[in-house]
Design a protein around this ligand. Structure first.
Ligand SMILES: Cc1ncc(COP(=O)(O)O)c(C=O)c1O
Length: 427
């Protein structure tokens, strides 16, 4: 697009013709999964205690990740809760979380009775910044929960070094990064425990909700199994079968996965390598098509990682245009390409934390006598606070074809061209 005005350049948001009127392909799309779910429904064995699909899914998942144990859960949030609880994280402890993420990465800390301490992020990968982590460590820090955000692995070399030096645990939040690798190793296998989500739009899904915890540690796996199943243990060592003694050595929950979810997960897992390949192909094509669009910076993919592009995040280049991300996102959406901001309120600025809204009508667990440290929320994380104003989130999915990607690029090109040439500050 050159500087000469023509009618096709009129933005859809201003009444012009949109780049695209046909919706982009939906995600997820199930086929064999439907028959797998129907078989479970017909069998009458719907709970994991009576059927075998969840157990098979766990076995297949553990095998895919090359780990000894996998425990299927009702959600990704439950998976993180179980992992922290299995590690013994509780009242008086704090856990370092990233400030730029969905809240489900941090609330499990509070649900364990511990306190999240938020660290800033790297402006290129949007993942937790190891230097900020070092600054946030307290005498009460027991763990860190790095998120592999948008499918891009966190800086595990540095995070592992920090964890080793300070003797705390790593619980990886790989909710958005199934199959991503760092130095050739699958994420989720670096920490004591790795957690995944199978929520509706995740890289693989299990009919709307679901999650998984993985570990190589037998004791942690045993505790995780008990915790996800009412803290129950049966004498024969099996958690679900045999005579039920109603014997509960642990505080537990009902965080079990259903058989329908397990059956769907098994099919989805088989498709994972193909899905990853397609996501990467599509994302790389889009990055290539946006190369010449001055004003947007495509996602950064460090050399030592396999990014699985759960989402495709554009950064607006503030040297070129100053329009807020929210406006740009609305204009791209009007062109027929769904776009939004990415996590506009960082976690340390969420009211639950700023006002230390805890259990019941108390501030537990954020203050004394529950926690001896001193945590304040609300400010002090410069990148996490300013960056969301520069980020545009686009959906990436394996069913997009080249034409779809070209439309996405074209919509971005059109919108950026308009705002760039009308920028009141830069021009
Ligand atoms: C990074 C991250 N952590 C945790 C969660 C929580 O997972 P779920 O929605 O399955 O509880 C999600 C997703 O929804 C997520 O994206």
């Amino acid at each position: 697009m050159n500087g000469v005005y023509n009618e096709s350049m009129k933005l859809a948001i201003h009444g012009g013709k949109p780049i695209r009127t046909k919706p982009l392909p939906a995600w997820p799309q199930y086929d064999e999964e439907i028959e797998a779910a129907a078989q479970v429904l017909r069998s009458g064995k719907h709970a994991r205690q009576s059927g075998s699909r969840v157990a098979e899914f766990e076995e297949a998942f553990a095998s895919f990740f090359g780990v000894k144990y996998a425990i299927a859960t009702s959600s990704g949030t439950a998976a993180i809760h179980i992992a922290l609880a299995a590690l013994g994280i509780g009242p008086g402890d704090d856990v370092i979380n990233t400030a730029h993420c969905f809240i489900g990465t941090a609330t499990p800390v509070v649900h364990c009775g511990a306190v999240p301490i938020f660290a800033d992020i790297d402006p290129r990968t949007f993942n937790i910044d190891p230097d900020s982590v070092r600054e946030k460590i307290t005498p009460y820090t027991k763990a860190i929960v790095p998120v592999h955000l948008n499918g891009c692995p966190a800086d595990m070399d540095h995070l592992q070094e920090i964890a080793r030096q300070n003797r705390f645990y790593i619980v990886e939040d790989a909710a958005q990064a199934h199959g991503a690798t760092y130095n050739g190793k699958l994420v989720g296998t670096f920490g004591e425990m790795g957690c995944f989500s199978f929520w509706e739009d995740k890289i693989i899904s299990t009919a709307g909700e679901g999650g998984m915890v993985i570990t190589n540690d037998e004791q942690l796996a045993k505790r995780a199994k008990m915790i996800h199943h009412h803290g129950e243990l049966r004498e024969d060592g099996d958690y679900y079968k045999g005579e039920r003694l109603y014997f509960h050595p642990f505080l537990g929950y009902n965080f079990r996965m259903t058989e329908v979810q397990g059956a769907i997960g098994l099919v989805q897992l088989r498709k994972l390598p193909h899905y990853i390949a397609m996501r990467r192909k599509n994302a790389h094509l889009l990055t290539q098509l946006l190369r010449d669009v001055e004003g947007v910076i495509p996602p950064y993919e460090p050399e030592n990682v396999t990014h699985v592009y759960y989402k495709y995040i554009l950064t607006l280049d503030r040297k070129v245009l100053t329009t807020p991300a929210v406006e740009i996102a609305k204009a791209i959406s009007a062109e027929g390409i769904p776009a939004t901001r990415r996590y506009p309120t960082p976690l340390h600025q969420q009211p639950i934390f700023v006002e230390k809204r805890g259990f019941g009508n108390t501030n537990a667990p954020f203050i004394k006598p529950w926690y001896q440290g001193d945590v304040t929320y609300g400010s002090g994380l410069a990148v996490a606070e300013s960056l969301p104003n520069d980020l545009i989130m686009l959906r990436m999915n394996p069913f997009l074809n080249e034409e779809d990607i070209e439309d996405i690029a074209q919509a971005i090109r059109k919108v950026i061209h308009y705002y760039k040439t009308h920028d009141p500050v830069v021009h």
